[in-house]
Write a protein that binds this ligand. Structure first.
Ligand code: BDP
Length: 674
């Protein structure tokens, strides 16, 4: 039998502290079925029993009634249509039963019991069916194998080094691989089933993972496999040239397709359950089919043909735009780019292609509308990409619980109330999040950022889940309030500091959907004009009269017209555009009155003062929780609150001062703004 991975004492167990296995480990359990993931289930139950006094039964005769648990594969009434990952749960005559048709389903059933705790073993429970809404629930690691001179080891990583790579090689020590196994376990416990192990910006060293270094990827895949996680690889579109010595990477050249077919055959020889390729092509300097006069469908379909015989998938990213634009040209609009490139290609992608679309049209800002690409490609398998790593939301130095933001995006209905939600539109391709985990002892730098990682899996499993319920689950598992001196104070305190933290962050940073205003390069802290006259296309157009980007059809870039009815009309006019997106869609005078009744300028002042006050309050609440959790965890968060407060004040002062000086409008409440 495999063993449950062990974790060095210095590493935080996140949402799997041993304590949460107590209800499972203190009874008699019968496990039926065979296979590697059933072995994992067995190991988990045996480990829990060794801690809490229960026992794994050898056969049904050992079961003796109330309190027993049966976990069974196949027989025992797993209904059709459960799929490989679904499970049924019922409780009658004092016996709790989980049945699954596939091994992964049994594993997910086990972790569901862990979430339920004692409640799974009380009273009667009518048969419930659980199935993931999205088949693919994936994390993309932007990890470099070697430390990159500018980006460091993990691009946009705020959690230390990579979990997978060190000193230019796959981590090979026993302890390191144990930690990777633990990571797989954490991910399985929230429902993630796929991981891409290297950066979408593929540098020279990483390119070789596809060929001569595939053995290193295989070692990682082996560590993740017992928890039902398939490994994917980011590849360079230029690989046939860079690695294969071919003169071209033209997707329509037979020799190029052959090269990919052979490379892919070798990958599968090393990793039989390999998930597939992730490709960033013709974007921000990455090579792609444009160099040969070919399109994205040509490139993606060629790679899909190489993967199809093995059931693999190519995740082709839609994050494509011109990053060398002329800021004086007001007609080019980065927000338009993904739709302009990809919407016309709907229906042209092969079945093994998933088009991976960022949830917003720009780039993971604190507030963006939903990308119009998501509603425009009914004949394409779409994955929605979100960013768990907090590049633009405080870099894991600020608390920013993103569950509500993602939930809002996933429940948006691009064609209006009658049409499908984003979560439904993602069924063909799934949910992909840029990971926020690294080799930091708390996994995510800021211990409270673990909640975001947890939410990725849970929202991918059920996109219409209430984010508040997901947060509660995470709190119960990670802090086990029931075993502290004051469960209510701990629960309330954690809810108080996390619940509204996304809106708090929004309040003290760039206002009303306009985005950016960050320091160029590392993207931390305010610089209102940092990108204003740059080629990256991230402008706010503030002048003495007003602020915001005119993206209307009538007078602006036309971006609003990329939406279908009703959103095209809603966004077209400042009268109907929601306040929080006003400056994303419109350039308005500072005196423009919002639906809230405030002018834009007064809204800017007020929210920036409020945001800082909310951080002060959160810091105070946190300080009052010190006696209810481990000292290291409490101290790490307390320390980050000092930086968050410093940062929030800095943002407030930069933004307020900037707009006061531009507009000359004094604060109606008479506060000091210089
Ligand atoms: C941006 C990041 C950049 C990534 C890019 C991407 O700043 O580091 O390479 O997204 O998604 O947000 O490819």
């Amino acid at each position: 039998l495999p063993s449950v991975p062990s974790l060095p004492g210095s590493v935080d167990p996140a949402w799997l502290p041993p304590e949460v296995f107590r209800p499972l480990g203190s009874r008699r359990t019968l496990i039926r079925g065979a296979g590697p993931l059933v072995d994992t289930v067995h190991a988990e139950v045996a480990d829990a029993c060794s801690r809490f006094g229960g026992r794994v039964a050898r056969d049904a005769r050992e079961l003796g009634g109330p309190g027993d648990l049966v976990l069974e594969l196949g027989e025992g009434g797993a209904p059709d249509g459960l799929g490989d990952e679904g499970f049924v749960l019922a409780r009658a005559d004092g016996v709790t039963r989980v049945g699954a048709a596939g091994q992964a389903g049994l594993l997910y059933g086990l972790f569901h019991l862990v979430r339920l705790g004692e409640a799974a073993f009380r009273g009667e429970r009518a048969r419930e069916t659980h199935r993931p809404a999205l088949g693919s629930r994936m994390l993309d690691h932007w990890d470099n194998v070697a430390v990159h001179p500018v980006m460091g080891q993990v691009e946009r990583g705020y959690s230390g080094g990579s979990l997978f790579w060190r000193d230019g090689l796959a981590r090979g020590s026993r302890d390191d691989l144990e930690r990777v196994r633990w990571y797989g376990r954490l991910l399985a416990a929230c429902g993630v089933n796929a991981v891409a192990v290297n950066n979408v910006n593929v540098h020279e060293a990483e390119a070789h993972l596809l060929t001569d270094r595939v053995g290193e990827v295989a070692a990682i895949a082996e560590a993740l496999r017992p928890y039902g996680i398939r490994t994917h690889l980011s590849v360079s579109f230029a690989a046939p040239v860079v690695l294969g010595g071919l003169a071209t990477a033209d997707p329509l050249e037979g020799a190029v397709a052959d090269w990919w077919a052979e490379a892919t055959r070798r990958v599968y020889a090393a990793i039989p359950d390999f998930g597939g390729y992730v490709v960033k092509a013709d974007s921000e300097g990455q090579p792609g089919p444009f160099a040969y006069g070919r399109g994205h469908a040509d490139g993606a379909n060629m790679l899909a043909a190489a993967l199809a015989p093995y059931g693999g998938t190519v995740h082709w990213r839609a994050f494509v735009y011109n990053h060398r634009q002329d800021w004086r040209d007001r007609t080019t609009d980065r927000a338009r780019a993904a739709f302009d490139h990809f919407a016309p290609l709907d229906g042209e992608f092969a079945p093994h292609v998933v088009l991976q679309v960022k949830h917003g049209p720009m780039d993971f800002q604190v507030r963006e509308p939903v990308s119009p690409v998501i509603g425009a490609m009914p004949n394409t398998r779409l994955a929605v990409e979100i960013q768990a790593t907090q590049e633009y939301t405080g870099q894991q130095r600020h608390v920013c619980w993103l569950g509500p933001m993602w939930s809002e995006a996933l429940s948006f209905r691009p064609t209006g109330e009658e049409g499908p939600s984003v979560g439904e539109l993602a069924r063909g391709g799934g949910l992909v999040a840029v990971s926020n985990a690294g080799d930091d002892p708390f996994w995510t730098g800021h211990p409270l950022a673990q909640a975001n990682l947890y939410a990725v899996g849970r929202l991918a499993w059920q996109p219409d889940a209430d984010p508040g319920a997901v947060l509660d689950e995470w709190i119960e598992l990670s802090f086990v309030p029931g075993r502290t001196a004051d469960p209510a104070r701990l629960r309330e305190g954690l809810r108080a500091v996390l619940d509204g933290s996304w809106r708090t962050y929004e309040k003290y940073t760039a206002p009303l959907g306009v985005g950016f205003m960050v320091q160029p390069g590392h993207h931390y802290g305010p610089s209102v004009d940092g990108y204003e006259y740059s080629p990256w296309g991230t402008y706010h157009f503030a002048d003495r009269d007003g602020v915001g980007v005119d993206r209307s059809r009538a007078t602006g870039t036309g971006f609003a017209g990329q939406y279908p009815t009703p959103w095209a009309e809603v966004y077209e006019s400042p009268e109907t555009c929601p306040d929080e997106l006003l400056l994303f869609f419109h350039h308005v005078p500072y005196g423009h009155v919002l639906h809230s009744g405030d002018t834009v300028i007064q809204h800017i002042y007020d929210t920036h003062f409020e945001g800082v006050a909310e951080v002060e309050e959160a810091r105070r609440v946190w300080a009052g929780l010190a006696d209810l959790m481990g000292a290291a965890r409490h101290a790490r968060v307390a320390e980050r609150y000092e930086e968050q407060l410093r940062g929030a004040r800095e943002w407030r002062d930069h933004i307020n001062t900037y707009f006061f000086r531009k507009s000359g409008v004094p604060d109606a409440r008479g506060r000091r703004i210089h």
